[in-house]
Design a protein around this ligand. Structure first.
Ligand code: NAD
Length: 459
């Protein structure tokens, strides 16, 4: 497990070890042993599946493409986690992302374990037919470890419902007569996907921000204003102000989170900057997010990069470099691109007072400490970006029952589940000095540890 996640899991175990009400039946030497066992189990994946996919491309070449499926922990249910297609995918990254999924599912009471997949390629460099072959090969190579009750992948960076449909179809043809609908989530609705799944992560990111910064704070204003929690005071300071928001990454997560902010009528927020792999677009008056979403849907996901393209769209914005989004003078920064975007070399230039992690692990451990010292409030990934896996769980349930929910019902259940998590952690968070990220980890590790103990895995 990469150091930041591993360190916080260890710190969480240390906190729980000192908590007398946690596993009170385990005392002294046995308690030490139990916590050592927990550290060993949670810091290593159960299984790392690795392959070199042999793919015959349309142009006649045969490639060997490295691919992974890491199964971190299945204490709470079948492994669950996305498949990433990106040229920077590597084994350590996949292990770390799989561990995050274990924690995220535990935090939100989703009955799944943690897994993650990756293929080392730039999907933009391949025509659709080659990507189809690559998806089929992925399922063929890992077919024994996948399945609706074993390990259920979903989309991640570089994959979408198209890839999930192809993969589910391949799984179905390899396992004739077996249940197959729930083998992959994030599918298109015609292939058994759930309404609302595509929007779920971005909607959940914005909901978490809004609930924490507004609804919860407003409801608990009197006791929060008397305490010394930095988050509470930052939120109280910002409550009735006009907030400016910058969003890094304008893909599945970032574009939907930006649209939610754009549409939200009872918070005064304005999305003044969005960015992608090429550019940052900035407008002091606020960007026209629906038009930009229309634009990316017909331009392979990319934002406009020239003044001519912006003019043709009728959008007034200044074009800046892709990194500039991170250090803009805004109130809120939503990170929705990739890992490690804020690190020790740029963290001290961040001006936003609130950061929301839509992406997984977008802040390195060093940057996290630097920003926290500066009093920046960070809403962590495992809390904020769980909308995707929560609605994946709903999709899996719908696929089992072949009964499908209305879109409004999906969002209602999604927000209720995310709110339930926040209500269960926030009182403890506002009452003690642990940062929010660590508070979430303690909650998740508590649940995993209690289950491991009760399942007899610690002796
Ligand atoms: P996506 O591929 O749809 O979008 C990624 C966006 O980031 C694109 O706009 C891309 O241009 C941009 N980008 C890529 N490299 C960049 C760079 N160096 N600088 C700035 N922008 C860059 O991916 P997504 O599904 O939106 O996922 C984004 C993040 O959210 C990932 O960390 C992913 O693991 C995480 N996440 C996604 C989901 C989901 O349901 N899609 C769920 C949970 C977490």
């Amino acid at each position: 497990m990469a150091s930041q996640t591993g360190d916080i899991v260890q710190q969480s175990l240390d906190t729980l070890m000192e908590e007398p009400s946690f596993l009170p039946q385990v005392q002294e030497e046995q308690r030490k042993q139990v916590f050592q066992s927990l550290a060993a189990i949670l810091s290593t994946p159960n299984k790392i599946n690795k392959a070199f996919l042999r793919v015959a491309l349309c142009d006649g070449k045969v490639l060997r493409i490295p691919a992974f499926r890491v199964q971190h922990n299945d204490t709470l249910g079948p492994y669950k986690g996305g498949i990433r297609f990106h040229e920077s995918v590597n084994e350590d990254e996949v292990i770390n992302l799989a561990a995050l999924m274990t924690l995220k599912n535990a935090l939100h009471d989703v009955p799944f374990g943690g897994g993650k997949g990756g293929v080392v390629l730039n999907p933009r460099s391949y025509p659709e037919k080659d990507l189809y072959q690559i998806c089929k090969k992925y399922v063929q190579y890992f077919t024994d470890v996948l399945g609706p009750d074993k390990d259920i992948p979903a989309p991640d960076v570089g994959t979408s419902e198209r890839e999930m449909d192809w993969m589910m179809a391949e799984y179905k043809s390899i396992h004739p007569g077996k249940p197959y609908l729930g083998s992959f989530t994030g599918k298109s609705v015609v292939s058994g996907g759930s309404l609302g799944r595509r929007e779920a992560t971005g909607k959940g990111v914005y909901f978490t921000f809004r609930y924490l910064l507004h609804d919860f704070i407003k409801d608990n204003q009197s006791w929060l204003s008397s305490g010394d929690n930095v988050f509470a005071h930052t939120a109280l300071d910002h409550m009735d102000k006009h907030l400016t928001i910058a969003v890094q990454g304008f893909g599945n997560v970032g574009s939907v989170a930006a649209l939610e902010a754009y549409k939200c009528s009872f918070l005064h927020n304005k999305v003044v900057a969005v960015s992608d792999r090429n550019v940052t677009l900035y407008s002091e008056e606020g960007l026209d997010i629906p038009s930009l979403i229309d634009y990316i849907s017909s331009h392979r996901g990319d934002l406009p990069t020239t003044d001519e393209q912006l003019q043709a769209l009728g959008i007034s914005a200044v074009i800046k470099s892709r990194e500039e989004v991170l250090t803009m003078d805004v109130d809120v920064l939503i990170l929705a691109a990739l890992e490690d975007q804020l690190h020790k070399d740029n963290a001290d230039q961040v001006k936003a007072r609130i950061i929301v992690e839509g992406a997984n692990a977008p802040i390195t451990g060093e940057a996290d400490q630097l920003l926290s010292k500066k009093g920046v409030v960070i809403i962590p990934d495992i809390l904020a970006n769980a909308g995707g896996v929560i609605v994946s769980y709903f999709e899996w349930l719908q696929d089992r029952e072949t009964i499908f929910y209305m879109e409004d019902e999906v969002y209602k259940q999604l927000f209720a589940k995310m709110q339930k998590t926040m209500v269960s952690i926030l009182p403890a968070y506002f009452a003690d000095p642990l940062p929010l990220r660590q508070n979430c980890y303690v909650h998740a590790v508590r649940k995993l540890s209690a289950s491991l103990y009760r399942q007899g895995k610690l002796y």
